[in-house]
Design a protein around this ligand. Structure first.
Ligand SMILES: *Cc1c(COP(=O)(O)O)cnc(C)c1O
Length: 364
């Protein structure tokens, strides 16, 4: 790279102190499998381990011959499915919830505008906010990972948007709907409630969007519904916000296969229930049987304390034994001795427990 080329890049992506920028990915499953020589338990990214339902695969196969056309701009079939499932709300649809977060920030932020996040949490809020020239103000969770609503309200004074993740990634802890309503009514800006894992908890009722004109409820098809690879998210937004969102969004961000798959997945509630009960069963088992402390989880993953090892050391220990987990030392606001493990298939959860015992044994 020439020095001229270097000047083309925003300093945000080439900081003078050389610090790490961008999303911290987990170890590459393909890479670890190559080294390990057989399939590994993939518990690093909170995906649905069963894959898409047969109805979803069928819907996509029937749509393959249409990919030469741009997708339906209004995304009517999915809009219809969302309204019949959740009610008459204003929905936006995007390339993953990440795509929606990006569009919302692009729509709101002027250079220097403040965005509130509650740490430790999903790193993409900060990545996307800074990309839009926003400045991030982090409110820490309490030591037990509970949230202090008054601290969030105080920090949100004069901000355009506050991100609240429930159940939170990576802690798995959930915030009750009453607290969300309290925050929504006490702040001037928008409250983006990220419910990527909402289905694994006492879910946030949609009607709170009707009671508060500053609430956005973000959803994804990537987790419970098993469509992470297709990139589809949606959100209920205030009615007044919808026309602005439409102006800011990327045209044709969602392809026809993802749209048809999402409709089929939302309609296949029986499959969803099966996956859900598997996750609930194993979540209990892992919490009960883990030899290392697990934070009580309302989600499809568990945060595990691996001290005195670091998350990175423990993640390598797991990888060498055929289990991919997520080291949490890239989450700011979290001490470096945690890993996050998703609930996988039976054999994957069994393997996770085995390796947890090996690790605990080694650290004795
Ligand atoms: C996975 C995840 C998302 C985004 O998922 P998409 O795949 O972009 O829909 C959003 N928020 C949290 C907390 C997540 O863990």
């Amino acid at each position: 790279m020439t020095s001229k080329q270097k000047t083309l890049i925003r300093s945000l992506y080439d900081p003078p102190d050389g610090s790490k920028v961008g999303y911290a990915f987990s170890l590459s499953p393909a890479e670890v499998e190559r080294q390990f020589g057989e399939p590994v338990a993939r518990l690093a990214s909170n995906e649905n381990p069963f894959g898409p339902s047969p109805a979803v695969i069928d819907a996509m196969q029937r749509s393959l011959s249409e990919v030469h056309r741009y997708p339906d701009r209004e995304m009517q079939s999915l809009q219809h499915a969302l309204k019949s499932l959740h009610g008459e709300y204003s929905f936006v649809i995007g390339a993953g919830m990440d795509g929606i977060i990006e569009t919302v920030l692009r729509l709101l932020l002027e250079p220097g505008d403040k965005v509130v996040v509650i740490e430790p949490t999903f790193s993409f809020y900060q990545i996307a906010a800074e990309a839009c020239h926003g400045s991030v103000c982090a409110v820490p969770l309490r030591h037990d990972f509970s949230m202090d609503p008054q601290a969030v309200i105080a920090a949100s004074k004069g901000t355009k948007i506050t991100f609240l993740c429930t159940p939170n990634n990576p802690t798995g802890t959930a915030v009750p709907p009453e607290t969300i309503e309290l925050i929504a009514q006490s702040i001037d800006g928008l409250l983006f409630v990220d419910c990527a894992y909402g289905e694994f908890s006492t879910d946030i009722p949609y009607d709170i969007v009707k009671r508060h004109s500053n609430l956005i409820i973000g959803r994804t098809m990537s987790k419970l519904y098993g469509l992470a690879g297709l990139r589809l998210g949606y959100a209920a937004v205030p009615d007044w916000f919808l026309p602005y969102y439409e102006k800011a969004k990327t045209p044709f961000a969602v392809d026809v296969l993802a749209l048809r798959a999402a409709v089929a997945a939302l309609m296949d509630q029986e499959y969803k229930e099966q996956v859900h009960s598997h996750i609930m069963k194993w979540r209990e088992q892992i919490i009960q049987k883990s030899p290392l402390p697990v934070t009580p989880s309302s989600s499809n993953f568990c945060l595990i304390d691996v001290s005195p090892k670091t998350g990175a050391e423990a993640t390598l220990f797991f990888a060498e034994r055929g289990v991919l987990v997520r080291s949490c030392d890239s989450f700011s606001g979290l001490e470096p001795h945690y890993i996050r493990a998703s609930i996988g298939l039976d054999w994957e959860c069994e393997r996770l427990l085995e390796v947890l015992h090996l690790l605990a044994e080694e650290m004795k």
